[in-house]
Design a protein around this ligand. Structure first.
Ligand code: GLN
Length: 539
């Protein structure tokens, strides 16, 4: 296909309707028909990236191969499409303004008054089109964050209006709304959808397709009504009913013919039938488990659904791969102490200690790790989870009293986790961690060499602190072994325990690379270890 086509997803009525999932599902369907598709998210906040936001504000921060700290929707894009994203796939208002202001200072606009229209909108349009032209995509799907009517979204909606005008049917707008069900009158209500389309029209944008989130099926009469009031064909009113799992949505959208409507509207000939065989197999295994395991996720943001998004999704992929249901039990690290520990952890088949920052909840994580180590429960530590495993081992096996990470206690007598040399000079917090993909060499005769079935891996990072090499020999002597090393910087990336059936902790974030098409082997094997543990212990 010669020219890239641009599809926009906007949202109305309420936030959190699932624009990311609809965009990812459409991408999956188009890819399964043989098209090349990229997805991009435009976020209307002024932060340069979500890296400096705490998870209570924004959920998980997703990290790409090129080290961009991005919106968690990029995680959905990768998990659904198996296509890697990068910095170019997530643009914030902060980044747009920074680029325009830098150009102004450089003198690119000499003599001009720099304004939202055309300077900011031009920068937005460039970012959208650059992604299409740089890799020759057939389609770029651009999700506009926020809800139509938000002040912050206005320049983005205006850019969509301009692109529609400039590119004609190479541009298409999908508007996602909510059709609420009023139990008292037993009716679905279309008025909020009508209002939100009116709001879009006030900005000069006519949506081409309306996707309706609903808890009850839309009747043909409701579809006709929405079509009539919103100037779209009845076939372009798509139902998105609540489902058991987000992974059902591509199938739902296929049945509602979302991609077919999009292709017809853009006058793109249909290439081939969908190839969704693998996806169907995945759903089958997900929905027909032959057993179940209980895995505890110990972290300090457990009350927040989106804080560990990539980890929870990785367990869904790994569970399906093993055809086992993983019951992920969220355990608040602050609730774990010497007296509660046994009660909270004794029925688990595996324990994962989550990534994180700062002092809060640290001691609970350390107690949970001790419990997993001493009781030989499968253990998986990620990033801060690995650092806590090193601290626990230092304190309780090597007898290093008050061993700690210098992040939590800069004055510790045993700084077993310490800041990297290169990090010491850095005083700016935004985008300065060790970020993105780094290679790691794995020792043969380790659990992880079997897990990965190779000795050279690449994984994504997001941290400032590291295992302090000054202590390696002492650790190794008594059974905590570094089995994955970054040879360029001589950094410990993976540790294992010698006398334990499955105790693996990693400095990187494997969860960012797990997708439906390619579940991450560490999660798959951790779940396997928990199944094994359960078999042995339920006898
Ligand atoms: N706070 C730790 C560090 O900066 C761990 C970070 C994480 O878990 N992502 O090294």
């Amino acid at each position: 296909m010669a020219e890239t086509r641009y599809i926009f997803t906007t949202g109305g009525v309420a936030s959190s309707l699932g624009k990311g999932i609809i965009s990812s599902s459409l991408a999956k369907l188009l890819i399964s028909r043989g098209f090349r598709v990229a997805i991009q998210k435009l976020d209307p906040y002024i932060n340069i990236d979500p890296g400096t936001l705490n998870p209570y504000e924004h959920g998980e921060c997703f990290v790409t191969d090129d080290g961009a700290e991005t919106d968690l929707d990029l995680g959905h894009y990768e998990r659904f499409t198996n296509v890697r994203t990068s910095q170019a796939n997530n643009v914030t208002t902060g980044r747009i303004y920074q680029a325009v202001i830098d150009k102004e200072r450089r003198g690119d606009y000499l003599g001009e008054t720099v304004q939202v229209i055309p300077h900011i909108t031009d920068e937005i349009k460039n970012r959208i089109q650059l992604l299409g032209s740089s890799s020759n995509y057939d389609f770029v799907i651009t999700e506009i964050g926020g809800t139509v009517g938000d002040i912050e979204s206005l320049p983005y909606i205006e850019s969509v209006r301009q692109m529609k005008w400039e590119l004609g049917n190479r541009c298409l707008v999908i508007h996602l709304t909510l059709v609420p069900y009023l139990a008292s009158s037993g009716e679905l209500k279309t008025k909020p959808t009508q209002h939100s389309v009116k709001m879009l029209l006030e900005s000069g944008v006519q949506p081409d397709v309306i996707v309706c989130r609903t808890e009850k099926h839309l009747t043909q009469a409701i579809r006709n009504k929405i079509a009539l009031f919103c100037n779209v064909n009845p076939s372009a009113v798509i139902e998105s009913i609540d489902v058991e799992t987000i992974y059902d949505v591509p199938m739902l959208m296929r049945d509602e013919k979302l991609d077919q409507v999009v292709l017809e509207k853009m006058q793109v000939p249909i290439r081939k039938q969908h190839d969704l065989k693998h996806w169907e197999q995945f759903l089958h295994k997900l929905k027909n488990p032959i057993g179940e395991v209980n895995i505890g996720l110990v972290g300090k943001y457990v009350e927040l659904r989106d804080a560990y998004k990539s980890i929870t999704e990785s367990f869904i992929h790994a569970g399906a791969e093993n055809q086992y249901k993983v019951n992920l039990i969220m355990i608040h690290s602050e609730s774990i102490n010497e007296s509660t520990c046994k009660h909270l952890l004794k029925d688990l088949d595996g324990i994962l200690v989550a990534p994180g920052f700062g002092e809060r909840g640290i001691e609970g994580k350390i107690i949970a790790i001790r419990f997993a180590r001493e009781n030989k429960i499968p253990f998986f530590g990620i990033c801060l989870g690995m650092q806590c495993a090193v601290i626990e081992f230092g304190r309780n096996v090597l007898g290093y009293k008050d061993a700690h990470s210098t992040e939590m206690n800069p004055a510790t007598p045993y700084p077993v986790i310490d800041i990297m040399e290169a990090q010491k000079k850095i005083d700016k917090k935004g985008g300065t961690m060790r970020l993105g993909s780094y290679p790691c060499t794995i020792s043969p005769k380790s659990i992880v060499s079997e897990v990965y079935n190779t000795t050279e891996i690449v994984e994504r990072h997001r941290h400032r602190f590291e295992f302090n090499n000054a202590y390696i020999t002492e650790y190794e002597k008594v059974g905590m072994v570094p089995v994955g090393i970054n040879n360029q910087n001589n950094l410990v990336e993976i540790i294992e325990l010698r006398d334990h059936p499955w105790f693996v902790a990693v400095q990187f974030h494997p969860e960012y690379k797990s997708t439906v098409a390619s579940p991450h082997p560490l999660f798959v094997h951790f779940v396997k270890a928990t199944i094994q543990y359960k078999k042995v212990h339920s006898k």
